[in-house]
Ligand binder design. Structure first.
Ligand SMILES: [Zn+2]
Ligand SMILES: [Zn+2]
Ligand SMILES: [Zn+2]
Length: 137
């Protein structure tokens, strides 16, 4: 079985051609992608289908969403530990105020959040805004 199908199966996502294509694209690009970029890549597919695919992937812990409140929502691949109902991506997202790039800072691990008794987290997100490596100086 190829890697794409193996991931879909592991995350209990039914395999469809669209899902295979979108996942393959995320793996190939290894980048933060938004609906607009994907729509340009898959011009033959309609926006709703791509959007639904992203939502399914997000629900099942294949990708996580990144929001900065300004531009469209972006998505990036999750690490293998993510699954449905347990979707904790413990790294911050960096938004560059100069070039507008968005990155997953996976080398920066957020400390575990200790919640008061009786609370449980299903999602934890941290955004950092500033100047990226390329835009320094
Ligand atoms: Zn995740
Ligand atoms: Zn930058
Ligand atoms: Zn991320």
């Amino acid at each position: 079985m190829n890697r794409i199908d193996a991931i879909l199966q592991q995350k209990s996502v039914r395999i469809t051609p669209m899902r295979q294509l979108v996942l393959k694209h995320f793996l190939q690009e290894d980048a933060v992608l938004g609906l607009n970029e994907l729509e340009e890549t898959f011009q033959k597919s309609d926006r709703i289908t791509i959007y639904r695919t992203l939502k399914t992937f997000e629900e099942k812990g294949i990708i996580h969403s990144i929001q900065n409140g300004v531009s469209e929502v972006k998505y990036a691949l999750c690490k293998e530990h993510c699954e449905e109902q347990h979707h904790i991506d413990r790294h911050p997202h960096f938004h560059c105020l100069v070039c507008g790039s968005i990155e997953c800072l996976e080398s920066v691990l957020l400390p575990p959040t200790i919640l008061p008794q009786g609370y449980s987290a299903s999602e934890i997100k941290m955004n950092i805004k500033g100047r990226c490596k390329k835009c320094q100086g």
